[in-house]
Write a protein that binds this ligand. Structure first.
Ligand code: NAI
Length: 245
């Protein structure tokens, strides 16, 4: 049991997720960071505890839906509350539609979209009991505007938006908000795979002429998780340097 607000962040071991874990811990929450790699999770969590915050690692493959639901339910039982849920973990398996096989489509939808449904269903129970909660789903500008070569990824991220807007309507009466953050190009392992020529080309399409940082996404998550966003639900906030207007 803890008196602190409890936040669960999936994909908290690196990139945007690790920045969200650090930021919510700075916001005085107890953060449970979920990912597959214990060593990386422990690195993020021990940095936080050395700085006086509280965070814990929870190893789980979010594509194992039974294990994922049990992990979220376990947090509620053990800590007595779930105040904030951030569905951040995600994967991409890009390819042109003519060449995309069923497996690459299904895996991306399962990891990015179904896992979010599973965690929301599991976290909603303790949130309803507590008469409050914040659900924040990390989508992508690809889910808002589409992107050639990312039919599976864009479908999963657009699906997260429909899921979030429905959950926002369904749970508003219980004082639970559900919002989406849609990042554009953010400097992480996911975008490091692009070669320099592609990166420069992409910057030309970004009005602010640069990639964003994981911290700039985490700030918006922090806003949505805090009291300043009490009256905000069902929204999609693009953090993309103005790409999608
Ligand atoms: P990343 O690849 O650096 O990190 C992804 C995180 O998800 C890692 O912690 C990884 O361990 C975790 N993860 C992936 N599959 C998992 C599984 N089956 N079980 C447990 N954990 C799993 O990605 P990045 O860049 O930090 O992205 C985070 C989120 O933001 C993703 O949902 C991504 O789609 C989204 N996003 C990222 C953008 C970018 O430019 N980096 C742009 C738009 C959206």
């Amino acid at each position: 049991m803890t008196d602190k607000r409890v936040a669960i962040v999936t994909g908290g071991s690196r990139g945007i997720g690790a920045a969200i874990v650090r930021r919510l811990a700075d916001d005085k929450m107890h953060v449970v960071a979920i990912a597959r790699n214990l060593e990386k999770l422990n690195q993020v969590c021990s940095e936080i505890t050395s700085a006086g915050g509280t965070a814990e690692a929870l190893v789980c493959d979010i594509a194992d839906f039974k294990a994922l639901a049990a992990a979220v339910e376990g947090v509620a039982e053990r800590l007595g509350r779930i105040d904030v849920l951030v569905n951040n973990a995600g994967i991409a398996k890009d390819g042109l539609i003519l060449r995309m096989d069923d497996e690459d489509f299904d895996t991306v939808i399962a990891t990015n979209l179904k896992a979010a449904f599973v965690t929301i269903r599991a976290a909603a129970r303790p949130m309803v009991r507590a008469k409050g909660g914040r659900i924040i789903n990390i989508s992508s500008v690809s889910g808002v505007a589409g992107n050639a070569g990312q039919a599976n990824y864009s479908a999963s991220k657009a699906g997260m938006i429909g899921l979030s807007k429905s959950v926002a309507k369904e749970l508003a009466g219980k004082n639970i908000t559900c919002n989406v953050v849609a990042p554009g190009f953010i400097t992480t392992d996911m975008t490091d795979v692009l070669n320099d020529q592609i990166k420069e080309g992409v910057k030309n399409f970004i009005p602010l002429k640069r990639f964003g940082t994981p911290q700039e996404v985490a700030s918006v998550v922090s806003f949505l998780a805090g009291n300043d966003a009490n009256y905000v639900t069902g929204q999609v906030i693009c953090v993309d340097g103005g790409m999608v207007m």
